[in-house]
Design a protein. Structure first.
Length: 673
């Protein structure tokens, strides 16, 4: 069974190292730091032998008659002990043998000295000198780091040797009692201290061993957490943080060595529809399968892949030629297409999971920044999506849609409201029904550059949608319409164009409600025009948002009906208040076929119930035709051109005065009569 990266990391985080048993710990303790203990034992025995031989001076002073024998015994034993020790060191024997040699040397050191010493004629001097034996006892228990049993054996042997010496040397009962008590007390005391030291050394070992174990576990957990911090929890790919680091490495390498690279973004098409239709578990499996396939496909290109967002992946590769990038982006697109993952919920005629791919590569340019290559890849990706999905595009600086001008407009949109670069113009809508009253207008957004040059909506609106600035601009437009025209009742109804991006944004309806509350305007006086087209997908959040807006009283109009592929679907799903027929159908009505098509469209819409508005009225003949067809409302240059709020209000006042004058003129004859 294949585990996800998150499950693998969780297992690593929960994993505990196996603790050894008590017996295993004891063996580890005995083998612990053997090299260090060997050196300590070797140094200890050399020091002990040297001090032991130097004590020969006391033999000469205190027991001169047997000094030659004791000194000879000291030297011979010392040389023998060191010789055996060095041979063992050369043979690399274990520490227990070195400790045994040292323990035997201690016991024999006391024995070979005391045996000739007890035959001295200087009994009183020897009686004081016999305290010398306790040094051997303390050496066994305190000076060397013998294990407890060996220390007890060695110190016991020293004690027994001393007691045995009484058989040949007995200065008196009180002496035997005093020195015997002293030796036994020294034995008990040093043995107890040795037991404490050994226990403490063992506890230190246990604590150190546990500390090392915990440190190792912490290192393992740290490694798992480090992997988690730089790896996507679902796919096991690098996450955005790790990708950003890798991107910086590529960028710095290009700056220093000139070796270029490519940055590619791949987005799973209609993935939200896939998730909604098949469930999140299937969605996760889809992402894992797509990620694995892309990772294997880019290996020949020395590429690396990371997850850059929900269903978006980023690929980096050391390719710096356009042909190479074109081949790589097409490889990625084709690889996912070949997976044949069923996706029957998409409405574009394709029934499998695909990806849209956008790529960019390093090129010599002034003011180059790291973020620019990602922006260029993102713009190429947007172009691939706009071309119908399942497409691969490489950024082309010569393409107007991908040019630096587009980037300049994107930057301009960010400051448009603060710098007063964006404005609204209002185009009248004429009601043709007998019961129609009041004035309606459509608010149209305009943008100019810092030097006053106009930028057409067909250019800046798609960029605003792509960059997300449409959200702020949209709220600004709604608020401005309310303040310009609705607060003072200059018009009855105003319509505002709303992007599907706005409808898909959580909280959009709430922000509209806040604007209505702020300006004191009833929602019934606002209409939102929604354009059918490729971006107008049947997202459940859009439908919920439209229902929320209708709850506020806002009218929902379908704009440019007939120019997209989703118009009939939206007529079925949404109860539109008004449908605007695209101008192209009116302009084609001068032919029999064109007029028949216009009548058919009108009949279809009328059957569904919404009111009908036809735009693009430019002649009196067209206006008369629409009257004959009993159209509800019209819009176009013949009815009124877009004008700024000041010009629009002046024209409205002049028209009102003209209507009053006409009415008065019509009433004068009856007054005379």
């Amino acid at each position: 069974m294949r585990h996800t990266f998150a499950e693998t990391v969780e297992t690593d985080l929960q994993e505990k190292l196996q603790r050894p048993s008590a017996h295993q710990l004891r063996r580890l303790y005995e083998a612990n730091d053997e090299v260090v203990r060997k050196n300590a034992t070797r140094q200890g025995l050399w020091i002990a032998v040297i001090v032991y031989i130097l004590f020969s001076a006391n033999d000469i002073l205190l027991i001169p008659d047997v000094a030659v024998y004791t000194i000879a015994a000291r030297v011979m034993l010392g040389v023998l002990a060191l010789t055996v020790l060095e041979i063992q060191i050369t043979m690399n024997v274990g520490i227990k043998w070195l400790d045994a040699t040292s323990a035997v040397a201690l016991v024999m050191g006391f024995a070979v000295w005391v045996l000739p010493a007890v035959h001295t004629a200087h009994a009183q001097s020897l009686s004081y000198f016999m305290v010398f034996g306790t040094i051997f006892m303390m050496g066994a228990n305190l000076f060397f780091s013998f294990r407890f049993r060996l220390s007890v054996l060695a110190s016991s042997a020293v004690l027994l040797t001393f007691l045995f010496s009484f058989s040949a040397f007995w200065p008196g009962d009180m002496y035997a009692l005093a020195f015997g008590t002293f030796y036994i007390s020294c034995f008990v005391f040093t043995t107890y201290v040795n037991w404490k030291l050994n226990r403490e050394r063992y506890n230190v070992f246990l604590n150190a061993h546990e500390a090392r174990t915990q440190q190792k576990e912490a290192v393992l957990r740290g490694a798992a957490l480090l992997r988690m911090s730089s790896t996507d929890y679902l796919t096991g790919l690098e996450n955005r943080r790790a990708v950003d680091e890798r991107l910086k490495q590529y960028w710095n390498n290009w700056q220093q060595t000139g070796k270029g690279f490519a940055a590619i973004l791949a987005d799973v098409d209609f993935f939200k529809k896939y998730n909604d239709a098949y469930g999140h578990q299937e969605g996760d499996r889809c992402l894992i399968e797509v990620a694995t396939a892309i990772r294997e496909a880019i290996e020949p290109y020395e590429g690396s892949i990371g997850r850059y967002g929900g269903e978006e992946f980023i690929i980096l590769s050391p390719i710096d030629s356009r042909d190479g990038v074109v081949a790589l982006v097409e490889t990625i697109r084709h690889t996912v297409e070949k997976l044949n993952i069923v996706h029957e919920e998409r409405r574009d005629g394709t029934a499998i999971v695909t990806v849209s791919v956008g790529g960019a590569f390093t090129r010599e340019q002034s003011g180059a920044k790291l973020e620019k290559i990602i922006h260029e890849a993102d713009r190429a990706l947007y172009s691939a999506k706009a071309s119908g999905r399942n497409c691969a595009r490489v950024f082309d600086p010569a393409d107007p849609e991908s040019s630096d001008e587009s980037e300049n407009i994107a930057a301009l949109l960010k400051i448009a409201i603060k710098q007063d670069l964006v404005s609204l113009v209002y185009q009248p809508i004429k009601d043709l029904t007998s019961q129609g009253s009041g004035t309606s207008v459509e608010a149209l957004m305009r943008l100019r550059t810092l030097d006053g040059a106009a930028i057409p909506p067909s250019l800046f609106i798609p960029i605003a949608e792509r960059t997300g600035t449409i959200l702020e601009l949209g709220r600004w437009a709604i608020r401005t319409v309310c303040r310009d025209l609705l607060v003072d009742n200059h018009v009855e109804t105003a319509s505002v164009n709303v992007s599907p991006i706005q409808l898909k944004t959580p909280g959009f309806a709430a922000s509209v409600a806040a604007i209505l509350y702020e300006t004191g305007i009833s929602g019934k006086r606002l209409a939102f025009e929604i354009t059918e087209g490729l971006d107008m997908e049947t997202h459940s959040e859009i439908l919920r948002c439209i229902n929320d807006l209708k709850t506020l009283g806002i009218k929902i109009w379908l704009d440019d009906f007939g120019t997209g592929f989703a118009g009939l679907s939206w007529l079925r799903l949404i109860d539109f208040d008004k449908v605007k027929i695209d101008r192209s159908f009116l302009h084609d009505s001068d032919t029999l076929r064109g007029r028949t098509m216009l009548q058919d469209i009108i009949g279809l819409i009328r059957h569904r119930g919404p009111k009908i508005l036809v735009e693009g009225v430019e002649t009196e003949e067209q206006l008369q035709l629409l009257r004959e067809l009993k159209i509800d409302a019209v819009q176009g240059y013949h009815v009124g051109r877009p004008a700024s709020v000041g010009s629009f209000l002046n024209e409205t006042r002049q028209a009102a005065m003209f209507d009053i004058a006409t009415a008065v003129a019509q009433r004068k004859p009856s007054l005379r009569g």
